[in-house]
Design a protein around this ligand. Sequence first.
Ligand code: ADP
Length: 455
Amino acid sequence: MSKTLTFDDLKSRVTAGDIDTVLVCLVDMQGRLMGKRFHAVNFVESAYKETHCCDYLLATDLEMATPDGYAASSWERGYGDYIMQPDLDTIRLIPWLEGTAMVMCDVLDHHTHQEVPHSPRAVLKKQVQRLKELGFIAKTATELEFFIFEKSLDEIRKSGFKDLEPISGYNEDYHILQTTKEEHIMRPLRNCLFDAGIPVENSKGEAEAGQEELNIRYDEALNCAEYHTIAKHAAKEIAWQKGHAATFVSKWHHERVGSSSHIHQSLWTLDGESAFYDKDGEFTMSKTMQHYVAGLLKYAQDTTYFLAPYINSYKRFAKGTFAPTKVIWSVDNRTAAFRLCGDGTKAVRIECRVGGSDINPYLAIAAQLAAGIAGLEEKLELAPATSGDIYENEAAEDLPTNLRDAATQLENSKMLRAAMGDVVVEHYVRAAHWEQEEFDRVVTDYEIARGFEKA
Ligand code: ADP
């Protein structure tokens, strides 16, 4: 139900002078929009066919560094071009920027014109296609939690990230009064996204001072990833326009709750029936759903990297914070990594609670689908549901507790290598190692404060 503009709609709006700028974007490894701002006339006359970008955009980090060790892009290979090919089914208005539309691109090899396999969009498309060949369509929803701060991004950066005062003074979970004070950001965010064709359901205060959650209606996996990426971008831009900062770092302070991005998942037949619902199944789960969920559990450690891609992501996995620590499923229990939701209804679905707000949704959803597909193919049996406070469940396996371990799980994952391809897995293993190497090199404030006098 993605509400986009046709290319003809765009041309008419350009001719009428309503649109003068087209953002031509790809999604990078970190899940960010990268690309160029085209004059709309140039876009509709020629650039709609293709444009180009440096291939380092899919081999860099949050700081735009040029790490060594990537097979696809390097100084040795001369950092050549990729083709950015606009997917004309993804043209949409960007209502929070004047006269602006955007389009999402596939990333193609300059010479072979094949999709670059480690491009996040290609990684997800591959798993969507594998599911289709099994007769299923995945529908997903990613919740977006984030913090809003009093000051702007630029002021905070200039203060060395010291001047961090959340926009509210108290835990605002479900609060209407406090969230009214944030409506100058949240109302345009909801409404602009809605007008961009992104089916916003609601926003609400979350369980920490300054924390908001945005919910978008579930949709086919590729649309869901696109909604997430644009919504996250919009939250940052609209907060910036209003003189504030929105952050999706998953744990901004060790004494505050972190931000998650839970992933709701269900499978549907090609005829549009829920493949997860069976009125006679246990908790109304079909056999298909049981195999799928068993796959998510069996491969939870393999897929953790794609749900927690940075050093900081692992600080979120803490007891008593609603962020999971154990590989286990449960019925409507927010202490489990995988929560069964909507049982007894056709909306029966599984929610993966592992992901932080810093996920790349394309990669995170792709990894979930790959694990679920493995569950279907291996016809895995689902273990009985657990209950109670799962943080205290000694029998349950732990999720990886740090990036180093998650990277090793990824590297050793036969399942992900078979599902995504060795080239893709090795590319992201390198990304994980690079994050670790950079962190290991840096002396942190914590070490100095702890040891300067006392060591
Ligand atoms: P919560 O109490 O966890 O916030 P909600 O009822 O608000 O739960 O739903 C959370 C998300 O689940 C929403 O984004 C919604 O669109 C999505 N959702 C609902 N039904 C399905 C489904 N069958 N498959 C996938 N996601 C779904």
